[in-house]
Design a protein around this ligand. Structure first.
Ligand code: ADE
Length: 228
Protein backbone atom coordinates (compact mmCIF):
# COMPACT_ATOMS: atom_id res chain seq x y z
CA UNK A 1 0.00 0.00 0.00
CA UNK A 2 1.42 3.40 -0.89
CA UNK A 3 1.84 6.28 1.54
CA UNK A 4 -1.70 7.44 2.31
CA UNK A 5 -2.80 10.93 3.37
CA UNK A 6 -6.35 11.38 4.66
CA UNK A 7 -7.43 14.98 5.22
CA UNK A 8 -10.46 15.88 7.33
CA UNK A 9 -11.73 19.32 6.39
CA UNK A 10 -14.82 21.47 5.97
CA UNK A 11 -13.51 22.37 2.50
CA UNK A 12 -12.64 19.10 0.72
CA UNK A 13 -12.92 20.92 -2.62
CA UNK A 14 -9.59 22.60 -1.78
CA UNK A 15 -7.87 19.23 -2.41
CA UNK A 16 -5.80 18.06 -4.19
CA UNK A 17 -5.33 21.71 -5.28
CA UNK A 18 -1.62 22.40 -5.72
CA UNK A 19 -0.80 18.81 -4.66
CA UNK A 20 -2.43 17.70 -7.94
CA UNK A 21 0.25 19.25 -10.18
CA UNK A 22 4.01 19.07 -10.68
CA UNK A 23 6.13 16.67 -8.61
CA UNK A 24 3.41 15.66 -6.11
CA UNK A 25 0.67 15.53 -8.76
CA UNK A 26 2.72 13.32 -11.09
CA UNK A 27 3.52 11.01 -8.14
CA UNK A 28 -0.20 10.93 -7.23
CA UNK A 29 -1.09 9.95 -10.83
CA UNK A 30 1.56 7.20 -10.71
CA UNK A 31 0.13 5.82 -7.45
CA UNK A 32 3.30 6.58 -5.45
CA UNK A 33 1.01 8.07 -2.80
CA UNK A 34 -2.75 8.47 -2.24
CA UNK A 35 -4.90 11.36 -1.03
CA UNK A 36 -8.42 11.32 0.38
CA UNK A 37 -10.16 14.52 1.48
CA UNK A 38 -13.22 13.89 3.66
CA UNK A 39 -15.83 16.44 4.63
CA UNK A 40 -16.26 16.85 8.40
CA UNK A 41 -19.74 18.20 7.64
CA UNK A 42 -20.73 14.68 6.57
CA UNK A 43 -20.95 14.06 10.33
CA UNK A 44 -22.72 17.33 11.11
CA UNK A 45 -25.82 17.40 13.29
CA UNK A 46 -29.44 18.10 12.44
CA UNK A 47 -31.07 19.44 9.35
CA UNK A 48 -28.28 22.02 8.93
CA UNK A 49 -25.46 19.49 9.40
CA UNK A 50 -24.13 21.75 12.12
CA UNK A 51 -20.46 21.28 13.03
CA UNK A 52 -19.71 24.18 15.39
CA UNK A 53 -21.13 26.08 18.33
CA UNK A 54 -20.43 29.11 20.52
CA UNK A 55 -17.49 28.90 22.95
CA UNK A 56 -18.22 27.80 26.51
CA UNK A 57 -17.44 30.76 28.78
CA UNK A 58 -18.31 33.25 26.04
CA UNK A 59 -16.18 35.13 23.55
CA UNK A 60 -15.93 35.62 19.82
CA UNK A 61 -16.04 33.01 17.10
CA UNK A 62 -17.17 29.42 16.95
CA UNK A 63 -15.66 26.15 18.12
CA UNK A 64 -15.67 22.87 16.19
CA UNK A 65 -17.69 20.32 18.18
CA UNK A 66 -15.82 17.38 19.68
CA UNK A 67 -18.58 14.85 18.93
CA UNK A 68 -18.76 15.84 15.25
CA UNK A 69 -15.00 15.79 14.73
CA UNK A 70 -14.62 12.50 16.64
CA UNK A 71 -17.24 10.88 14.39
CA UNK A 72 -15.38 12.13 11.30
CA UNK A 73 -12.07 10.80 12.64
CA UNK A 74 -13.57 7.42 13.61
CA UNK A 75 -15.13 7.01 10.15
CA UNK A 76 -11.82 7.83 8.41
CA UNK A 77 -9.42 5.94 10.66
CA UNK A 78 -10.26 2.85 12.69
CA UNK A 79 -8.41 1.63 15.80
CA UNK A 80 -6.06 -0.51 13.66
CA UNK A 81 -4.92 2.43 11.53
CA UNK A 82 -1.18 2.86 12.17
CA UNK A 83 -1.04 6.40 10.78
CA UNK A 84 -0.29 9.32 13.11
CA UNK A 85 -3.18 11.76 13.63
CA UNK A 86 -2.22 15.40 13.31
CA UNK A 87 -4.14 18.61 13.88
CA UNK A 88 -2.87 21.63 11.97
CA UNK A 89 -2.78 24.52 14.43
CA UNK A 90 -0.63 27.60 15.13
CA UNK A 91 -0.46 26.27 18.72
CA UNK A 92 1.32 23.13 17.60
CA UNK A 93 4.93 22.05 17.72
CA UNK A 94 6.75 23.78 14.84
CA UNK A 95 7.26 21.50 11.83
CA UNK A 96 10.90 20.63 11.04
CA UNK A 97 12.59 18.76 8.20
CA UNK A 98 13.50 16.10 10.77
CA UNK A 99 9.81 15.52 11.56
CA UNK A 100 8.94 15.55 7.86
CA UNK A 101 11.53 12.80 7.27
CA UNK A 102 10.02 10.68 10.06
CA UNK A 103 6.47 11.16 8.75
CA UNK A 104 7.51 10.36 5.16
CA UNK A 105 9.11 7.13 6.38
CA UNK A 106 5.82 6.00 7.98
CA UNK A 107 2.55 4.69 6.49
CA UNK A 108 1.02 8.14 5.88
CA UNK A 109 -1.03 10.70 7.81
CA UNK A 110 -4.49 11.51 9.06
CA UNK A 111 -4.61 15.31 9.09
CA UNK A 112 -7.37 17.36 10.70
CA UNK A 113 -7.74 20.93 9.44
CA UNK A 114 -8.97 23.37 12.05
CA UNK A 115 -11.28 26.25 11.23
CA UNK A 116 -13.19 28.82 13.30
CA UNK A 117 -11.54 29.95 16.51
CA UNK A 118 -10.58 26.41 17.34
CA UNK A 119 -11.45 22.82 18.06
CA UNK A 120 -13.03 21.60 21.29
CA UNK A 121 -10.01 20.68 23.43
CA UNK A 122 -11.48 17.34 24.51
CA UNK A 123 -11.24 15.74 21.07
CA UNK A 124 -7.50 16.49 20.91
CA UNK A 125 -6.76 14.20 23.85
CA UNK A 126 -9.77 11.95 23.18
CA UNK A 127 -8.56 11.01 19.68
CA UNK A 128 -4.81 11.42 20.25
CA UNK A 129 -4.32 14.38 17.90
CA UNK A 130 -0.86 15.88 17.74
CA UNK A 131 -0.91 19.60 17.00
CA UNK A 132 1.53 20.76 14.31
CA UNK A 133 2.30 24.36 13.28
CA UNK A 134 3.98 25.36 10.03
CA UNK A 135 5.20 28.67 11.42
CA UNK A 136 4.56 31.63 13.69
CA UNK A 137 1.77 33.27 11.71
CA UNK A 138 -1.95 32.59 11.56
CA UNK A 139 -3.72 31.13 8.52
CA UNK A 140 -7.50 31.24 8.14
CA UNK A 141 -7.63 27.46 8.38
CA UNK A 142 -5.48 24.35 8.47
CA UNK A 143 -5.96 23.33 4.83
CA UNK A 144 -3.02 25.23 3.35
CA UNK A 145 -0.86 24.13 6.30
CA UNK A 146 -1.87 20.51 5.62
CA UNK A 147 -0.87 20.93 1.97
CA UNK A 148 2.52 22.29 3.06
CA UNK A 149 3.08 19.31 5.36
CA UNK A 150 1.95 16.74 2.78
CA UNK A 151 4.06 18.33 0.01
CA UNK A 152 7.16 18.24 2.21
CA UNK A 153 6.56 14.53 2.94
CA UNK A 154 5.66 13.43 -0.59
CA UNK A 155 8.83 14.77 -2.21
CA UNK A 156 10.84 12.46 0.09
CA UNK A 157 8.92 9.28 -0.83
CA UNK A 158 10.96 6.66 -2.70
CA UNK A 159 11.05 7.34 -6.43
CA UNK A 160 9.28 10.71 -6.26
CA UNK A 161 12.28 12.98 -6.65
CA UNK A 162 14.16 11.13 -9.39
CA UNK A 163 17.44 12.75 -10.33
CA UNK A 164 17.70 15.33 -7.56
CA UNK A 165 19.16 12.58 -5.36
CA UNK A 166 17.17 12.21 -2.13
CA UNK A 167 16.82 15.85 -1.16
CA UNK A 168 19.70 15.20 1.17
CA UNK A 169 22.00 17.90 -0.27
CA UNK A 170 19.44 20.58 0.47
CA UNK A 171 18.81 23.27 3.03
CA UNK A 172 18.05 21.90 6.51
CA UNK A 173 19.04 18.34 5.58
CA UNK A 174 22.66 19.30 6.31
CA UNK A 175 21.98 22.12 8.77
CA UNK A 176 23.07 24.75 6.24
CA UNK A 177 21.31 26.95 3.72
CA UNK A 178 22.03 26.04 0.12
CA UNK A 179 24.93 27.58 -1.78
CA UNK A 180 24.13 29.89 -4.76
CA UNK A 181 23.27 28.35 -8.13
CA UNK A 182 24.05 29.57 -11.66
CA UNK A 183 23.51 28.47 -15.24
CA UNK A 184 24.04 29.93 -18.75
CA UNK A 185 24.64 32.57 -19.93
CA UNK A 186 28.07 33.02 -18.35
CA UNK A 187 27.72 36.83 -18.54
CA UNK A 188 24.38 38.51 -17.95
CA UNK A 189 23.70 42.24 -17.47
CA UNK A 190 27.24 42.78 -16.18
CA UNK A 191 27.05 39.88 -13.71
CA UNK A 192 29.35 36.93 -14.40
CA UNK A 193 29.15 33.42 -12.99
CA UNK A 194 31.85 33.07 -10.28
CA UNK A 195 34.99 31.96 -12.09
CA UNK A 196 35.62 28.93 -9.86
CA UNK A 197 32.40 27.31 -11.12
CA UNK A 198 33.50 27.37 -14.76
CA UNK A 199 37.13 26.32 -14.18
CA UNK A 200 36.58 22.55 -13.88
CA UNK A 201 38.43 22.17 -10.56
CA UNK A 202 35.94 20.02 -8.69
CA UNK A 203 37.71 20.16 -5.33
CA UNK A 204 37.81 23.97 -5.58
CA UNK A 205 34.11 24.02 -6.53
CA UNK A 206 33.17 21.84 -3.55
CA UNK A 207 35.19 24.11 -1.22
CA UNK A 208 33.60 27.28 -2.67
CA UNK A 209 30.11 25.85 -2.24
CA UNK A 210 30.75 24.79 1.35
CA UNK A 211 32.17 28.25 2.16
CA UNK A 212 29.22 30.04 0.53
CA UNK A 213 26.70 27.81 2.33
CA UNK A 214 28.36 28.62 5.65
CA UNK A 215 28.55 32.37 4.84
CA UNK A 216 24.85 32.53 3.89
CA UNK A 217 23.82 30.54 6.95
CA UNK A 218 25.83 32.82 9.29
CA UNK A 219 24.31 35.86 7.63
CA UNK A 220 20.65 34.78 7.44
CA UNK A 221 20.09 31.90 9.87
CA UNK A 222 22.73 31.85 12.61
CA UNK A 223 20.20 29.86 14.69
CA UNK A 224 20.82 26.86 12.41
CA UNK A 225 24.54 26.89 13.30
CA UNK A 226 23.87 27.29 17.02
CA UNK A 227 21.65 24.23 16.88
CA UNK A 228 24.43 22.00 15.46
N1 ADE B 1 -3.78 26.94 11.07
C1 ADE B 1 -3.77 28.28 11.15
N2 ADE B 1 -2.53 28.76 11.24
C2 ADE B 1 -1.69 27.67 11.20
C3 ADE B 1 -0.28 27.50 11.27
N3 ADE B 1 0.55 28.54 11.38
N4 ADE B 1 0.20 26.25 11.23
C4 ADE B 1 -0.63 25.19 11.13
N5 ADE B 1 -1.95 25.29 11.07
C5 ADE B 1 -2.50 26.52 11.10
Amino acid sequence: APWQATVLTLYPEMFPGPLGVSLSGDALDRGAWALTARNIRGHGLGRHRSVDDTPAGGGAGMVLRCDVLAAAIDAASGPGDPRPRLLMSPRGRPLTQERVRALAAGPGLVVVCGRFEGVDERVIAGRGLEEVSIGDYVLSGGEIAAMVLIDACVRLLPGVMGKEASGVEESFENGRLEYPHYTRPRDWEGRAIPEVLTGGNHAAIARWRADEALRLTRERRPDLLDRA
